[in-house]
Design a protein around this ligand. Structure first.
Ligand code: UDX
Length: 455
């Protein structure tokens, strides 16, 4: 392996350019973003990149002229929509429909040229069997944290210990086996089958690439390696490692940046609950009032379809006179260039749902967080932010305007927020160093490059 390492040119390698990798993202924003960053990174290392994408939520190939694209017929009508509260249904349908098209696509590529390795999302539950039937090596890209993966892997043990069925009365009790988690952070039983599928896909892969860095999650990377003795490549923050580009399902509103340019340094609270969360109309109004009453400037992303019972053309259910009251102090957009927003000097805090990409992007820019988790890994992520790394705080007393106002002021102008800002600034330095020459993620990427060359 080390001999091969010596042969690898640092950037724009030529040796690898004939070596084709096929990457297969899941068509959800939180999975597309890191997969496209990884593709860009591996392309910069000289590999030829093919992206297979579903028709559903496919990105425009002309934005990525350096990649080859294959569109899979996912069997869905062109205007397919899913109940945003039923993510399992989207995954089940796509997993049922895409297995054969994916196999056919790979067979077609293989009839023309060899494929060195597949890189797939572990939430595709059929790529293991397709890869082995075609004798192709397969690595998975874990888009969420390693701590959540370790929790998922520990579910049988937690069941043995009597944590399941989860008991409401014990929800605030700690889980001493997995500090700093509380019982309420554990995944609900209804999701266990899905989580077992993810684990199986990862267990049977030849490696795991993850969007994290050793200085942040060394403890869990080591634990996962103990239970899954396969290579792990922590190459995050993955977006800091690759040139910036637009891998967005929705059009980003760049007026967010010109508005931020008019604001004082570290004064703005950026608010976004990611690409899947929906809030009730009642909570939306509480959020709007909490933001206004906090008197802090804010940039608020309200994605189309993110309010229950509303569709794209409905006006936002804001209280009467709201926009006049906030004036220039607030800016509401449909979708923002989030990585640029978080890097802007005017941004001083991030109210987030705690999706893993958002967390990595916030850490990368040293922006402390106010956490409002909704589902999936977001509860576990929140616990680490508030109780482990202490770079943010949980909005844990419900979505009520008074609580929101108090929490925002604490984060943005009080000493507690300043302490979190200092901690996350120190973590930002570690993240920055990790992707620089000699850093942990930089070395992991070199190891990954060499590993891919060994197939
Ligand atoms: C989903 C799950 O909600 C999350 O728990 C899991 O970790 C990943 O998949 P999502 O809701 O998409 O994540 O959130 P997140 O992981 O934070 O990813 C959102 C991505 O969209 C980020 O890369 C962010 O930069 C981008 N984004 C978000 C924008 O570009 N503009 C916006 O306005 C909001």
């Amino acid at each position: 392996m080390s001999q091969r390492l010596a042969k690898v040119p640092k950037e724009g390698a030529t040796q690898q350019s004939k070596i084709r990798l096929v990457l297969f993202p899941l068509p959800l924003q939180g999975h597309i973003t890191p997969m496209f960053h990884l593709a860009t990174l591996l392309h910069s290392k000289g590999f030829s990149i093919t992206i297979t994408q579903t028709k559903y939520k496919s990105l425009d190939p002309t934005l990525f002229p350096h990649f080859t694209f294959h569109l899979l017929d996912d069997g869905l009508p062109d205007n397919a929509t899913f109940d945003p509260n039923n993510h399992t249904m989207i995954l089940d349908t796509l997993n049922t429909n895409c297995s054969e098209p994916f196999r056919n696509c790979l067979t077609q590529i293989l009839s023309k040229e060899p494929i060195a390795c597949l890189i797939t999302d572990p939430m595709w539950s059929f790529t293991k069997s397709v890869a082995s039937s075609l004798s192709l090596p397969r690595i998975v890209l874990r888009c969420a944290s390693m701590s959540t993966f370790y929790v998922y892997h520990s579910l049988p043990f937690l069941r043995e210990k009597g944590y399941y069925p989860l008991q409401e009365t014990k929800s605030d009790e700690p889980v001493p086996e997995l500090p700093p988690l509380k019982v309420k952070d554990l995944p609900p039983e209804a999701k266990h089958n899905l989580l077992v599928d993810i684990i199986t896909e990862m267990e049977n892969s030849q490696g795991i690439i993850c969007n994290t860095f050793e200085e942040l999650e060394d403890f869990y990377i080591t634990r996962v390696h103990q239970v899954l003795p396969i290579p792990i490549f922590a190459v995050g923050p993955i977006h800091k490692n690759s040139p910036s580009f637009q891998a967005s399902i929705w059009t980003q509103d760049h007026t967010s940046i010109s508005w931020l340019d008019t604001q004082a340094p570290k004064s703005v609270l950026y608010v976004s609950f990611g690409s899947m969360v929906q809030v009730s109309k009642a909570d939306f109004v509480e959020i709007a009032c909490g933001l206004a009453n906090s008197k802090q400037p804010f940039l608020w992303v309200v994605r189309h379809g993110s309010i229950e019972g509303s569709d794209e053309i409905d006006p936002l259910p804001l209280p009467e006179g709201y926009l006049d009251t906030i004036g220039q102090r607030g800016n509401i957009v449909n979708w923002a260039p989030q990585q640029e927003v978080l890097a802007h000097p005017a941004v001083g805090g991030f109210w987030t749902h705690c999706g893993w990409n958002s967390i990595m992007e916030s850490i990368s820019e040293g922006v402390p967080m106010l956490c409002l988790p909704f589902f999936a890994d977001q509860n576990i992520n929140t616990r680490h932010i508030s109780d482990h790394w202490r770079i943010g705080m949980e909005l844990d007393k419900g979505v009520k305007r008074g609580e929101i106002e108090r929490a925002i002021r604490k984060l943005m102008v009080e000493e507690e927020g300043e302490t979190m800002r200092n901690r996350i600034t120190a973590l930002k330095e570690k993240a920055t160093l990790s992707v620089m020459e000699g850093g942990s993620s930089y070395k992991s990427l070199e190891n990954l490059t060499n590993y891919l060359l060994s197939f």
